[in-house]
Ligand binder design. Structure first.
Ligand SMILES: NC(=O)c1ccc[n+]([C@@H]2O[C@H](COP(=O)([O-])OP(=O)(O)OC[C@H]3O[C@@H](n4cnc5c(N)ncnc54)[C@H](OP(=O)(O)O)[C@@H]3O)[C@@H](O)[C@H]2O)c1
Length: 266
């Protein structure tokens, strides 16, 4: 039985995962983090049959008083980084669902996991269809090393780019860095319109009402182009299955792994 603690268990993604864990025979939800519901029982807050699941508003108090195996973080980047590092320092295994952590943050997290002989799995998107988008895009980058990424989201998404776009840029750059046809120095006009450069990849973020979350990898060659696009619906269900798999697999290695595919059979 894997004992799980969720930071952000009352949120949009965390509450769906909490319900998924309660239905899973091999896992037990033993605690949660939320400022608004501090001191309450998560089972009552979410209307689930999970027994007594205490809610804390501070990770250190939770670590002092609750026994668990895996922390899942589904909060915000700055809070998430603090939670993750605190849990790793106590030897806990960690699954990061929170988006917005930078490569530098992940390097610090990796070092902390190694120093404490434990493991962390960071997944920008737990949906299986996104794992497939990543895989197909990696195949394309090998043969079409001219590409850019566009991420679309609702107007109130605070992190930019999305975790999915950030992870995709990192992955594609590991396959083949994109060709640069006109460098930043040679550009005329407003350079910001070319987007941000992440791991040498141009990434463009659109934030408008009417969008949920979408990501597009566009590959170009002379006289041909390929677009690989993923669109999320409005429910959190697609993330639950992948997050449950991540919880199961995070104990199977040491250090940091990025992406759900790193623990899947391809
Ligand atoms: N990897 C994936 O597949 C995936 C899927 C969906 C979402 N995400 C990411 O997961 C994160 C959460 O998304 P969401 O839509 O669920 O957000 P949300 O609905 O706003 O939920 C955020 C949760 O974090 C808690 N929280 C926020 N600040 C906190 C603090 N300082 N201390 C303790 N708890 C705190 C909130 O509770 P209180 O406000 O009560 O503190 C709430 O439970 C985002 O980064 C999102 O991009 C990733």
């Amino acid at each position: 039985m894997i004992k799980v603690f969720i930071a952000g268990a009352t949120g949009w993604a965390g509450s769906a995962l909490s319900k998924g864990i309660c239905k899973n025979q091999g896992m037990k939800l033993v605690g949660a983090l939320s400022r608004k519901h501090n001191g309450e029982n998560l089972s009552e807050v979410l209307g689930i049959e999970g027994g007594d699941i205490p809610i804390f508003d501070d990770i250190e108090t939770a670590l002092d008083t609750t026994e668990f195996d895996v922390l899942v973080d589904y909060t915000k980047p700055e809070v998430g980084k603090k939670n993750v590092i605190a849990a790793l320092k106590r030897g806990k295994k960690v699954v990061i669902g929170t988006s917005g952590l930078t490569n530098d943050d992940l390097k610090e997290i990796e070092d902390t996991a190694n120093d404490n002989d434990t493991s962390v799995l960071a997944v920008g998107n737990f949906a299986i269809s996104v794992v497939l988008l990543q895989k197909f895009s990696e195949m394309a980058a090998k043969y079409m090393p001219n590409y850019e990424i566009i991420d679309y989201a609702h107007e109130d998404k605070i992190d930019s780019p999305s975790g999915t776009a950030r992870e995709l840029a990192y992955r594609l750059s590991q396959i083949k860095k994109p060709n640069v046809h006109i460098s930043q120095d040679e550009l005329v006009g407003d350079k910001a319109t070319r987007g941000a450069t992440l791991d040498d990849v141009q990434v463009h973020s659109v934030r408008l009402p009417g969008f949920v979350i979408s990501v597009e990898a566009i590959f170009g060659l002379k006289d041909e182009k390929l677009t690989i696009r993923h669109d999320s619906g409005s429910g959190a269900e697609p993330y639950v299955k992948g997050a449950l798999l991540a919880i199961e697999k995070v104990g199977s290695f040491k250090g940091l792994k990025r992406g759900l595919d790193t623990v899947m059979d391809f």
